[in-house]
Design a protein around this ligand. Sequence first.
Ligand code: MRU
Length: 342
Amino acid sequence: MVGEIRTIWWEKNHVVIIDQRLLPHKLRYLKIRSYREMARAIKEMAIRGAPAIGVAAAMGLALAVVNAKTGSRELLMKRLREAAETIRSTRPTAVNLFWAIDRILSVAGEAQSKDDLREKVVNEALKIAEEDIEVNKKIGENGSRLINDGDKILTHCNAGALATVGYGTALGVIRTAHNQGKNILVYASETRPRLQGARLTTWELIREGIPVKLITDNMASFLMQRGEITKVIVGADRIIAKTGHVVNKIGTLTHAISAKYYNIPFIVAAPFSSIDFKHSVDEVVIEERNIREVLYIDNVRIAPKGVEAINPAFDITPPELVSYIVTEKGVYKPEELKELAH
Ligand code: MRU
């Protein structure tokens, strides 16, 4: 039995993260010493996954106030706001990033002095991190009720411990069901272009002895047709409460359409911090990443010079394709989310 994966943690005046760009070949840790380094780590996907980048944003802001050599409470607040703007501009789609930044700014706003501000911001960042693991375990418990002994489950991208502080959302459900003694086989779709399924999901599951088979993204519907997939579970970068649309890694929509066609439950597992109670689906910004990610695999060019490419990093699955949304507070139908607005 190997130790639990912890993706990010705070150490006196710096933060440590797993550098996910190197997995599965190397398990290396990166020391992050400033909010600018944290912004770079998020943008370049050394740390990735919606809940994990929320926690990274919060810890980046904690670094900003710890490092600032500034005099007054007001100047420290100004510094914090600047850091918040830098971190906000790293990745546009996962709502957890903005949720965590707003949560930190809100506690900072209540601080009476600069020392109080530092303490409040650091404590809130640590709290966000600890809550994440608890929340994922509850998601695991709630979601495991939907899993049967013998299920063969397709998952896309990585919604595991690496996408969170620990335990994971979609993989948290799978972990819990596996620990309950249910026999489960996971199909991990590779998730071009960044290959989070091939590199990260398989790495996590193999470490824990959960049976997994890697498939390319285009194999899923054929397996569904042959009856070899009984459920699909994915995470989410943003769920629109008003309508129940699910924004997640590019390729999720294709799996959802196939699952609907073959009458296979399509389950989304995500914390409340991934639910967007403010915006509508038309307001979601889908991250467009460098086309180099499409033109190359592992630095080897796979397409001819001169070809054009596009690289949207996420897609949007409409609510009619989603069977259940599993959260730490319970399991919902997509149309029930609008009633939960607080
Ligand atoms: O681009 P990434 O790797 O940050 O995208 C991650 C995903 O799309 C995950 O499925 C999502 O963030 C949920 S993680 C619990």
